[in-house]
Design a binder for this molecule. Structure first.
Ligand code: G3P
Ligand code: CA
Length: 286
């Protein structure tokens, strides 16, 4: 009788432990967007394989596909407002022609930024950095690329001012970013221009900064990597340049590495095997 009671007690305790563990697992998974196992998935220009790049539709789709971050490109309008568009001109992605800098915000906002992708998206305008921040800050990570900073004097200060504004609103200061780097959760700022990235680091020391590496800068010497590691938390490489040795060199410096831009499953598998910390892809969810 006594033995039976003891056995029942043991089973009850085991059952409760199992329930607690399941509950904990569910809680962890509910809050694990910023701590998922494996590399972060970053939706390049939003989920741009499925929706028009750098539009709210592409960002919202990335969120639905459970990407960890959206990546997007920032330029400046004639009247000094920060707009989200990849190219120097509006030609490829809108129904107008000309340089982004020659249009006011109002003019840019009146353009159709999506019919080039599919007529179904005709209502998508060019959006601003404050609009994207206000819609997504704290909901999904944001990898903000400053495009051609030398063409837009003062762009770093403007980006920093807006990031500070939303960072404070979200109360995220002093937390860790999604890859575990000290800083504010969910915001990383990157540029191909190393000096611009350094400037951003000086303006926003709590926000992780990334440098973008393409074929012309490759290979980087150990000395250059040391210099970059003094202000950049991430070295984001064109995926075809990456190998195990580069990933090791970056990890040895206690920095992280992301691969861009992944459009094929086999490239995704290859960079995962190399041990990258983030994958920037047009196709989140594949
Ligand atoms: O995030 C990396 C990637 O965006 C850099 O290339 O030309 O697509 O801005 P690009
Ligand atoms: Ca980009």
């Amino acid at each position: 009788m006594m033995a039976n009671r003891k056995a029942t007690y043991v089973w009850l305790r085991a059952g409760m432990l199992l329930l607690i563990l399941c509950g904990a697992a569910l809680t962890v998974s509910a809050f694990s967007r910023y701590a998922a196992e494996g590399p972060l998935i970053i939706a390049h220009r939003g989920a741009s394989g499925y929706a028009p790049e750098n539009t709210m539709a592409a960002f919202e789709l990335a969120e639905r596909l459970d990407a960890d971050f959206i990546e997007f490109d920032v330029r400046m309008s004639k009247d000094g407002e920060l707009v989200i568009i990849h190219d120097e001109t509006v030609d490829r992605t809108t129904n107008f022609k000309g340089n982004v800098r020659q249009f006011t915000l109002r003019e840019l906002q009146g353009m159709d930024a999506a019919s080039h992708f599919h007529p179904l998206y005709a209502e998508q305008p060019i959006v601003t950095l404050p609009e994207v921040m206000s819609r997504f800050a704290g909901k999904i990570g944001m990898l903000i690329e400053i495009k051609d900073p030398r063409a837009y004097p003062g762009i770093e200060e403007k980006v920093a001012e807006i990031v500070r504004r939303y960072d404070l609103l979200q109360g995220m200061e002093g937390t860790k970013d999604s890859a575990g780097t000290e800083g504010s959760a969910g915001i990383i700022i990157q540029s191909f221009d190393f000096e611009s990235a350094r400037k951003i680091h000086n303006l926003l020391p709590d926000i992780p900064v990334a440098v973008l590496i393409h074929a012309k800068q490759h290979p980087l010497s150990g000395g250059t990597l040391d210099k970059l590691a003094s202000f950049a938390s991430y070295m984001n490489y064109s995926h075809d340049l990456l190998d195990k040795e580069i990933v090791r060199e970056i990890h040895d410096r206690n920095r992280k590495v992301m691969a861009w831009t992944i459009r094929k499953k086999q490239d995704m598998e290859r960079v995962k095997k190399l041990g990258v910390d983030g994958i920037i892809t047009d196709y989140p969810g594949i």
